[in-house]
Ligand binder design. Structure first.
Ligand SMILES: NC(=O)c1ccc[n+]([C@@H]2O[C@H](COP(=O)([O-])OP(=O)(O)OC[C@H]3O[C@@H](n4cnc5c(N)ncnc54)[C@H](OP(=O)(O)O)[C@@H]3O)[C@@H](O)[C@H]2O)c1
Length: 343
């Protein structure tokens, strides 16, 4: 469980001598990098992951241009791994990657796969079923066929037996597919993630600047936000540990109410506490039905998920990382990868 080589504390990661630390969020994964990967990548990997880890892993990272993906990409590069980024801007659209055969050509030379593609609301051709369930499931089965054993799925807290939203149900379907395969899999279920550049955290930041803060009902919904650096640390640890086949809830070490969450975001922006504007749930749902035409984030189901809260036991993650994840601090709202205080 405490096999920390190449994972865990992101600031203890291996970096080639003389190469400066990469700042997460500043890492632009470009087509040129993908081409470099393709040139370096050997044929199908027949060596064990241990040997591959010593020379750095070839990692297919889907969703590489997203909030989680950018930060994971930076940390992987800093640790000496090679990336094959995938997303629409890298020429891979999940809507057209629905079968194993679509993925196999992209898996040559790959040692490990991280799936970090996702949407929070449906719009146009961006639907939960093809993006969250069918394409990732095809990818996971293709990994099994290609002999790529280490596969990480970024799922979401709540994608469990209690799931009721189309978002969570589609995530859980892909999680179940991965768990059914004979692979060294990890299903990581992050809570609400905060840090520089996150879409939902940005929306809450903007909400927090209003003179009256809108909350659903009493605003006492319990959240357990997790900082992006702890998500990245969990991903890196999952790549290197020998204790595989784990489903982990990736949560921060303390719960906070939705109202206090928004107040601390005000504080982070140098604003005094503000009065709350309490919106009854039925009215909030009706407003969200209108709002979804303006932003995919504003969906009635997202409000219902918020109302249900985002909480989980932090102990399994603490044991996995060998330390507590970070507690919410205002300075962290504007940071991505931060020192953990470990040597
Ligand atoms: N952020 C959070 O608070 C949070 C919490 C729990 C779970 N998660 C899960 O973590 C995953 C990533 O979240 P995130 O915050 O990094 O999201 P994000 O910033 O919106 O990034 C989404 C990524 O998916 C890619 N993508 C979207 N549609 C695609 C398509 N049709 N084909 C290929 N790639 C596509 C995007 O790239 P292109 O636009 O270039 O295609 C981008 O790289 C999601 O599954 C999300 O549900 C996030």
């Amino acid at each position: 469980m405490n096999d920390r080589a190449g994972g865990g504390d992101i600031h203890a990661l291996r970096r080639p001598a003389g190469q400066p630390a990469l700042r997460a969020g500043g890492c632009q994964v470009r087509l040129a990098e993908r081409a470099a990967f393709d040139r370096q990548a050997p044929g199908p990997i027949r060596e064990g992951l241990g040997t591959a880890r010593e020379r750095g892993l070839n990692v297919l990272l889907t969703g590489a241009s997203g909030f989680i993906g950018r930060n994971v990409a930076s940390a992987l590069a800093a640790a000496g791994h090679r990336l094959k980024p995938a997303s629409r801007r890298h020429g891979i659209d999940y809507c057209r990657m629905q079968a194993e055969a679509d993925w196999l050509p992209h898996l040559a030379g790959v040692d490990a796969v991280i799936n970090s593609v996702g949407i929070i609301g449906e719009s146009g051709s961006q639907r939960f079923e093809p993006l969250h369930r069918t394409a990732p499931s095809a990818l996971f089965r293709a990994c099994a066929q290609a002999g790529i054993r280490r596969v990480l799925q970024i799922s979401a807290l709540g994608a469990d037996a209690s799931a009721f939203s189309a978002y969570h149900l589609s995530k859980r379907a892909a999680d179940d597919c991965l768990r059914s395969l004979d692979l060294d899999w990890f299903v990581l279920r992050p809570s609400l993630i905060y840090g520089r550049g996150g879409k939902s955290a940005d929306l809450f930041m903007r909400l927090a600047t209003l003179p009256l803060i809108p909350v659903i009902g009493d605003g006492q919904q319990a959240l357990q936000p997790v900082h992006i650096s702890d998500v990245v640390a969990t991903v890196l640890q999952s790549l290197s540990t020998s204790t595989t086949r784990q489903t982990l809830d990736v949560v921060g070490n303390e719960a906070i109410t939705f109202a206090d969450w928004l107040q601390s975001m005000r504080q982070a922006q140098g604003l005094p506490r503000a009065a709350m504007f309490h919106i009854p749930l039925p009215l909030a749902l009706a407003l969200a039905r209108l709002g979804r035409h303006f932003s995919p984030l504003l969906q009635p189901e997202n409000l219902r998920m918020l109302q249900a809260g985002y909480r989980a036991d932090v102990q399994p993650l603490t044991r996995f990382l060998g330390r507590m994840p970070l507690a919410v601090e205002t300075r962290l709202f504007f940071s991505d990868l931060v020192p953990t205080g470990r040597p």
